[in-house]
Design a protein around this ligand. Structure first.
Ligand SMILES: [Cu+2]
Length: 388
C-alpha cells in the first residue's frame, strides 16, 4: 500500500471512528506497563493537538469568512491588548503544564530500575549484541541469523520472500521471563549503538565506557523484535534484536538448562557439570584439520565475513583479503595474535572475549585452509587457551 493510500485510509478510519487502520500506522501499544503509559501519553497529546488545531483554524477561517472585505468589513485598529496577551500566554501555559505532569511521571517511572528481579547486560558490537545474565551467569552473542546473512549477500540468488521475518531473525534470542521486572544495562565495546525494542518501550544508547540503565516488565509471552537504532557502521542494519518472553516456569527451565555450573542448584548440578567438563575437554583435545575447518566456516561467516567478505576477498582499501593474505598464510603466532589481540587503531577488533578457544582455533584454521588458502597446518584450541 502506498503511503498516500495509507494516509487516506487512516484519515477515513479516523472520521468513521474506526480503529484498525489507525493502529496500522500508529505506534504500538506494546506489552509492558511503561509502553502502555507511553502509548496513552502519545494518544492524549495527539488528541490535544487535534483539538487545538481545530479550534485555532476554526476561529481563523470563520473570522476570514465572516469579516471578508466584499461584505464591507472594516479592520479594527487598536494597539496592545493586555487582556489578549495574558490569555494567549496563560492558555498555552496551562495546556503545556497539563501535558507535562503525566509525561514527567512516566519519565520518572522509566528511570526507576530498583527491585529488578533479573538483570541483563547488553553490549553492542559491530555488528551483533552480547547478552549477559548477571544473576545466572548465562552469556552469549546474538547475531543476524546465518540463513538471512547468507541470503543478503550480493549475488546470493536466494529468494528472500521465503523468510517470514527477513533480516529480523537472530541465531540466539534474548530469552526473558514474563511478569518479572528485568533491568537492562547498556554499553558498547566499540562505537555507539542503541538497543531498541518498540513493544517494550525500551530504547537506550549503548556507549563505550558508560552504562545506561532501563527496564521492562513484560506482561504477555511472545516474540518481540527490534533493531540497533544508532548508525554504527556498514552493517548497522544487520544487527536485529529478538526478545522471546516466556512464562516464568519455562523461563526457569531455560535458565537451568543454560546456566554455567556455579549458578546451578543441587538438583541439576550433575548434568551441568558434565556439560562444562565436555566443553573443557573439547578445548584440551587435539583437533583434526577437517573438523576445525568445518566448524570455522560458520564462525567466519558470522564474525568475520561482514568485513573480509564470505569469499575472503575483503574490500580493497578498507578490509584486507584473507585469500593469499601474508598474515593468514604466514607464521601461525602472528596470525593468532592479529585475531586474539586485534590491530589497534583499525576496525580489526580483539576477538579474545568474543570467541571461545575452540571457535577461535577453528576460524583461524579455516582462514589458513579455506578461502583459497591451503597452508596445511592447524591452530589447536589448547594454543588459544594457553594465551588466556
Ligand atoms: Cu549498532
Amino acid at each position: 500500500m502506498s503511503i498516500v493510500s495509507r494516509w487516506l485510509l487512516a484519515a477515513s478510519a479516523l472520521l468513521l471512528g474506526g480503529q484498525s487502520a489507525l493502529a496500522d500506522i500508529n505506534m504500538p501499544v506494546g506489552v509492558t506497563p511503561i509502553s502502555k503509559e507511553v502509548y496513552g501519553l502519545h494518544m492524549m497529546i495527539f488528541w490535544i493537538c487535534c483539538v487545538i488545531g481545530a479550534v485555532v483554524f476554526g476561529v481563523m477561517f470563520y473570522s476570514m469568512f465572516k469579516h471578508r472585505k466584499s461584505k464591507g468589513a472594516k479592520p479594527a485598529d487598536f494597539h496592545e491588548s493586555t487582556t489578549v496577551e495574558i490569555i494567549w500566554t496563560a492558555v498555552p501555559l496551562v495546556i503545556l503544564i497539563a501535558m507535562a505532569i503525566p509525561a514527567a511521571k512516566t519519565l520518572i517511572a522509566m528511570e526507576d530500575t530498583s527491585d529488578a528481579e533479573v538483570t541483563v547486560k547488553v553490549t553492542g558490537y559491530q555488528w551483533k549484541w552480547h547478552y549477559e545474565y548477571l544473576d545466572s551467569g548465562i552469556s552469549f552473542f546474538s547475531s543476524l541469523h546465518p540463513d538471512h546473512n547468507a541470503a543478503r549477500q550480493k549475488g546470493s540468488g536466494v529468494d528472500v520472500s521465503q523468510f517470514d521475518n527477513y533480516l529480523k531473525e537472530v541465531d540466539n534470542e534474548l530469552v526473558l521471563p514474563v511478569g518479572k521486572k528485568v533491568r537492562f544495562l547498556h554499553t558498547s565495546s566499540d562505537v555507539i549503538h542503541s538497543w531498541w525494542v518498540p513493544a517494550l518501550a525500551v530504547k537506550k544508547d549503548a556507549i563505550p565506557g558508560f552504562i545506561n540503565e532501563n527496564w521492562a516488565l513484560i506482561e504477555e509471552p511472545g516474540v518481540y523484535r527490534g533493531n540497533c537504532t544508532e548508525l554504527c557502521g556498514r552493517d548497522h542494519g544487520f544487527m536485529p534484536v529478538v526478545v522471546r518472553a516466556l512464562p516464568e516456569a519455562e523461563y526457569d527451565a531455560w535458565v537451568a538448562e543454560n546456566a554455567p555450573a556455579p549458578a546451578i542448584t543441587e538438583s541439576t548440578g550433575a548434568a551441568a557439570t558434565t556439560a562444562v567438563a565436555a566443553v573443557e575437554e573439547d578445548a584440551d583435545r587435539e583437533w583434526g584439520l577437517d573438523e576445525l575447518v568445518a566448524k570455522g566456516e560458520g564462525i567466519y561467516n558470522t564474525n568475520c565475513a561482514s568485513c573480509h567478505q564470505a569469499n575472503g576477498q575483503g574490500l580493497p582499501g578498507a578490509f584486507p583479503a584473507i585469500t593469499g593474505s601474508p598474515v593468514a598464510t604466514g607464521p601461525i603466532d602472528a596470525h593468532i595474535n592479529t585475531v586474539y589481540v586485534g590491530v589497534s587503531g583499525t576496525t580489526m577488533a580483539s576477538f579474545a572475549n568474543q570467541l571461545s578457544d575452540v571457535d577461535m582455533a577453528a576460524v583461524l584454521t579455516y582462514q589458513r585452509n579455506a578461502l583459497g588458502n591451503s597452508v596445511g597446518d592447524t591452530v589447536q584450541p589448547s594454543a588459544i587457551k594457553a594465551l588466556r
